[in-house]
Ligand binder design. Sequence first.
Ligand code: HEM
Length: 360
Amino acid sequence: MMSENKTMYYHDYLELDKILDSQHPESGRKGNEPAHDEMLFIIIHQAYELWFKQILFELDFIMGVFKKNIIDDNSEDLNLVRHRMNRILKIFELLTKQITLLNTMTPLDFLEFRNLLVPASGFQSLQFRLIEARLGLRMENRYNKDYYKRTNEGGFDREDFEKINKLEEDTNLLFLINKWLERMPFFENELWKNYQINSPADSSLHIFWSDYRQLYKIGLNPREAGRINDFDYIFLETKNLPADQLPPKPMFSPKAMRAALFIMLYRDFPVFQTSYQILDSLIEIDNELSNWRHKHMDMVRRMIGLRAGTGNTVGRAYLEGTLYSHYIFKDIAGLSTFLIQRNKLPKLPAELIRSLSYNN
Ligand code: HEM
């Protein structure tokens, strides 16, 4: 049988026929007045959606690794996770920078075609919602959740709405990271046989946490003394105060929080480096998303002032609400509250360091 030996051609490989034939400004349709900047508006949104696709692709890989029951530290898995998380961060940086390009369109340029878009809006970007849901933003933690979850004008269409609901019930990165942290074998008793204790032990706690709690407590200045109650609640599940005086319940379990704090404390040891960098990337993802929300919100203020968004929300006020309430990994960022000085850190037993060269 003869095989057709066709050489690869740039245009075909990239399917440019489809991509470059996908910009059709509404203002260019018969009966409408052409608006020059609508082309830029469309291309920017399309570029965003392509990058969202790449972010979702990387997230799929990352979640695939964390879904494994055993992650072999000596395999390439965690290093690839770290590397691809970093790629996601670079994409977010780029997406934020693109707003400066959008700002070359003036509010008057936008007004030339804005009404033709109503009620469509970036609010309806399915891929953006999938990114949020896959990272772990839960419905109950959304700003103005009744407003968000809707299918009326300016909301999601039925099909997208169902996809978002389904995905929110599915597992997410936050949940998988929680499980990964819970599996960390740091505190198995036989690894602590030769630990040099620094203060009188509280027998109800693991020897390390008994010591660390004491070190943390004596390091607090009088104004911060109450933080020990937060420490007890977040890491040890002990409620010293009435419920309304306790800090918000973390999204991570106490066991996972203990492992995360331990990694943060001993990050300078090579055995903790990859895990530390993964946790740090989670904080960075939140920061990058927040940078984007902030820049987008400022651009919106400049572009439409106090008018309602085309998606019919209260525009800037809605975006401001999402900016402050949509941090996903704030518990990890919040670990800094519970660190102590490096030179006061308890010395780790050699058995522990040795054993960590293996799986977790
Ligand atoms: C002239 C440019 C833009 C204006 C005036 C604008 C305005 C708005 C407004 C007012 C909202 C709130 C929802 C609504 O009522 O519509 C919104 C939401 C949103 N926009 Fe834009 N936008 C612009 C460009 C973009 C671009 C280029 C993207 C990239 C995909 C984008 C993505 C989003 C997303 C994802 C949301 C939902 C945010 C959330 O719910 O947290 N927007 N936009």
